[in-house]
Design a protein around this ligand. Structure first.
Ligand code: G3P
Ligand code: CA
Length: 269
C-alpha cells in the first residue's frame, strides 16, 4: 500500500462510499448501498432530512428536483422542498431514472429502510445530519430510529456508526444525548479551536482540496471524547492521484463516490 500508517494504526485509510457508491448507482438509494457492498466496501455515507409529516428520509439536496421526478409527479408544488412533502408522497417518486434507466423505480429510502439494508449487507454507516437547523429535534429523532433498530446497543455502537454534520451544534447535541455515539464535524476548524471540538467530536472531516499534512497532524494531537486521537476523514476524493495525496497526509478515512478506485489506490486491504 502507498498509504502511511494512520492514527487508527491500520494499513491505509478507511474507504467510505459517499452517498453509497454514487458514481455507479443513484446516490442515497438502496441500490447505491448494495453497489458499495458488491465492491466490498464496508462504510457508506448518507444524508438525513425530514418530511412534512415527520419521517426521516435519505436525500442530499433540500429539494427533490435533481434526484427524483417530483416536478413531473407534483407539477404545482414548486420549489419541491423535502420538508413540504409527506413521506407517502415521497415514496411515490422515482429516485433512479435520472441516473439511468437501469435504476428506474428506485425510491427515496426512509432512514429505517436504509439502516436495515446497511445492516443486512454487514456494512457500517457514516450518517450525515443534513441542514439540521431546518429540522429542530432531528438529533433526538435520529437517535431514536437508530436505537429502535438496535444500532445503539453497547456491543454495536462503537464499531459501525459515526454521526457527522456541518453543524457543530448538532453533533454536540448528539454527543450530549448519547455519549456512546461517535461523531464527526464536517469542516476545517482553526487549530486553535480544536480543543473545543475535541470535547464532542471524534472526527474532523474536511474537504480534501485545502488539506495539509500539518493540519492532519494537528488534529491527531488531540484526544477525542472517547479517549482516542481525533481522526480525519477527507471528502470527496474520486481519483487515485488525489487519494494518494491525502493518504500521504495521513488521513484516517477517505469519503469517495468511487470507492473501488480509492480502495485500489490506497485503501485498507
Ligand atoms: O461526507 C462528506 C460530504 O458528504 C459532505 O458534503 O454536500 O456531499 O453532503 P455533501
Ligand atoms: Ca453528505
Amino acid at each position: 500500500s502507498h498509504a502511511r500508517a494512520t492514527a487508527a494504526g491500520d494499513d491505509g485509510p478507511t474507504v467510505v462510499a459517499h452517498r453509497g457508491a454514487s458514481a455507479y448507482a443513484p446516490e442515497n438509494t438502496l441500490a447505491a448501498v448494495d453497489k458499495a457492498a458488491e465492491l466490498g466496501i464496508r462504510w457508506v455515507e448518507n444524508d438525513v432530512q425530514r418530511t412534512r409529516d415527520g419521517e426521516l428520509v435519505v436525500l442530499h439536496d433540500d429539494n427533490l428536483r435533481r434526484t427524483t421526478d417530483a416536478e413531473e409527479v407534483f407539477p404545482d408544488r414548486s420549489p419541491w422542498k423535502v420538508k413540504d412533502f409527506t413521506a407517502a408522497e415521497i415514496a411515490r417518486l422515482d429516485a433512479g431514472s435520472w441516473f439511468g434507466s437501469a435504476y428506474a423505480g428506485a425510491r427515496v429510502p426512509t432512514l429505517e429502510q436504509y439502516v436495515d439494508r446497511v445492516e443486512r449487507n454487514h456494512q457500517k454507516l457514516l450518517l450525515e445530519l443534513k441542514s439540521p437547523e431546518s429540522y429542530p429535534g432531528i438529533e433526538q429523532q435520529t437517535l431514536k430510529v437508530l436505537a429502535n433498530e438496535g444500532w445503539l446497543d453497547r456491543r454495536h455502537v462503537a464499531g459501525r456508526l459515526v454521526v457527522q454534520s456541518f453543524s457543530a451544534d448538532s453533533i454536540r447535541t448528539v454527543h450530549e444525548l448519547k455519549p456512546a455515539v461517535k461523531t464527526g464535524y464536517l469542516g476545517t476548524p482553526a487549530v486553535s479551536d480544536l480543543p473545543e471540538y475535541a470535547e464532542f467530536a471524534d472526527q474532523i472531516n474536511p474537504s480534501h482540496t485545502s488539506l495539509t499534512m500539518s493540519y492532519v497532524s494537528a488534529v491527531h494531537a488531540f484526544t477525542g471524547p472517547h479517549g482516542r486521537p481525533m481522526e480525519v476523514f477527507a471528502w470527496t476524493v474520486d481519483t487515485a492521484a488525489a487519494a494518494r495525496l491525502v493518504a500521504g497526509h495521513g488521513v484516517d478515512g477517505i469519503i469517495t463516490n468511487k470507492p473501488d478506485v480509492v480502495r485500489d489506490a490506497v485503501g485498507e486491504d
